[in-house]
Write a protein that binds this ligand. Structure first.
Ligand code: DX5
Ligand code: ZN
Length: 228
């Protein structure tokens, strides 16, 4: 099943609780939380205290995307705050194997993210240890950017590698996802779609989620039909 992970980065933070409940009711599968430190990316967002508060008001699994330097230092804080998945950037880790081990030790799912320019091959040695590969479809740091379409072949290449090696890994895509680009990332092989601006920048976020769900379900049944 293709999953939808709304990102709250560009939402109206004065309405955070209300918008999260609305996303949950509209059928979101998880909540994508973008953590930025002003060093790894040129922007600052929020930290574990906000994640703790969010965890109190939603049953949605919290998908924590760490765009921070030295992520290992904060893994236990985000685990305690209620994360279910923690994703670290390959570019930010001095010892990726260690960070993967630290996330697993907390009993959480592990994601590893790659920036658009980072070669896919740098991830191949870690794929049997992780649950999710996050392919950034924009330069990390800000919501509301346009999807970089040169990442599409990278998604397809990873999908192919996963199938050939019979791995059980989700491909998450993050940045510039809307109804139009969703179709192309799904066709390329993505299984979890992060969407921020498309959902929370819309005048009707619940409708935006439901429309995206329809598109995901339709593409899924079409591809099931093809493989029958
Ligand atoms: C960007 C973040 C994204 C961002 C996506 O660095 O990782 O999760 O919120 O937002 P949109 O969907 O607005 O591109
Ligand atoms: Zn993100």
């Amino acid at each position: 099943m293709i999953k939808i992970a709304p990102s709250i980065l560009n939402c109206d933070f004065t309405r955070l609780g209300e918008l999260i409940c609305l996303a949950e009711e509209a059928g979101a599968d998880m909540l994508h939380l973008d953590i930025m430190d002003g060093h790894f990316v040129p922007n600052i967002s929020f930290g574990p205290m906000v994640v703790t508060s969010i965890n109190r008001i939603t049953k949605l699994p919290l998908d924590v995307h760490l765009m921070i330097e030295n992520p290992g230092k904060f893994i236990s804080a985000f685990a305690q705050a209620g994360a279910k998945i923690i994703t670290v950037h390959l570019e930010a880790c001095i010892n990726l194997r260690e960070e993967i081990g630290a996330i697993k030790k907390e009993g959480l799912k592990v994601g590893v993210a790659l920036n658009p320019q980072t070669p896919l091959e740098s991830l191949f040695g870690y794929l049997n240890q992780i649950d999710m590969a996050l392919l950034m479809t924009v330069e990390p740091g800000y919501g509301g950017q346009k999807l970089i379409s040169s990442v599409l072949p990278k998604i397809a290449q990873l999908r192919d590698h996963i199938s050939r090696n019979r791995l059980d890994i989700d491909i998450q895509v993050d940045g510039g996802i809307d109804l139009e680009t969703a179709q192309s990332v799904i066709d390329s092989g993505a299984t979890i779609l992060v969407a921020g601006e498309y959902i929370f920048g819309s005048s009707d976020p619940a409708k935006a989620i439901k429309d995206l769900r329809k598109l995901c379900d339709l593409s899924q049944s079409r591809s099931a039909g093809r493989s029958r």
